[in-house]
Write a protein that binds this ligand. Structure first.
Ligand code: PLP
Length: 226
């Protein structure tokens, strides 16, 4: 298993040409692969598991911008809040309460994305699109000083049906635009990131206005089944 540098270079070119940011998803990959990619100029890396992220963060240069893209349980926030650049998958007020508390302890502001459930699959986490507006209102009323809401994250249905994927991403883009309008200039909000698109659907996501894609297998090779 080795880093696919030429695939990486061409994906990076494609993503940057759309003005988007590439997060290299390094879950289950060794630190040596991350170092190799860092040497090629990649600074943003995504991880799904708290303990794995903590271990890699300790071993690797501080230059790396770590993205937590898994589902964060409140009781684990304390382990990653002190150093994580962006937390993508937040979908509950209790988790935000805890992130806020831990961020204030570390004297920082944690940037987070709200995860929206756009897929037609039962198992996915996230806020339902029709509940997003009320959810954002309750965040605003909290007046968090340690949390900044920076945008939305979503995962499309795992399907071959490209028109379905594209309509799910389109819906997320619409929610993003509405949120951006509504919270422009509001304290605790800086709606600037729309994290959508992975190996199988990042081209569609970029077409639909993604500003950040999360790509693993196309860069690092297929993951071994868990
Ligand atoms: C694993 C993962 C990715 C990357 O998936 P690939 O198909 O390997 O590109 C992106 N986003 C999330 C939330 C993931 O868990």
């Amino acid at each position: 298993m080795a880093v696919r540098f030429s695939a990486y270079e061409s994906i990076r070119e494609e993503v940057h040409s759309k003005g988007a940011i590439l997060v290299a998803v390094s879950k289950t990959r060794p630190s040596s692969d991350i170092l190799g990619l860092l040497n090629a100029g990649q600074l943003d890396f995504g991880e799904n598991y708290v303990q794995e992220l903590q271990e890699k963060q300790e071993q690797l240069p501080d230059l790396i911008r770590w993205h937590f893209i898994g589902h964060l349980q409140s009781n684990k926030a304390k382990y990653i809040v002190p150093f994580t650049h962006l937390i993508h998958g937040v979908d509950s007020i209790s988790t935000l309460d805890e992130i806020n508390k831990q961020a204030l302890k570390s004297d920082r502001v944690s940037e987070v994305l709200l995860q929206v459930r756009i897929a037609k699959e039962e198992t996915k986490f996230g806020i339902l699109p029709e509940q997003l507006s009320a959810f954002a209102e309750s965040i605003a009323s909290k007046g968090y000083l340690g949390v900044r809401i920076c945008g939305l994250m979503g995962m499309a249905t795992n399907t071959e049906d490209e028109s379905m994927i594209s309509s799910e991403f389109k819906g997320l883009r619409k929610s993003f635009d509405q949120l951006q309008m509504k919270y422009m200039g509001v304290g605790g909000f800086d709606i600037k990131v729309l994290s959508m698109g992975m190996t199988s659907d990042y081209r569609i996501a970029l077409e639909e206005g993604s500003t950040m894609v999360r790509i693993g297998s196309a860069i690092f090779g297929e993951r071994k089944p868990a």
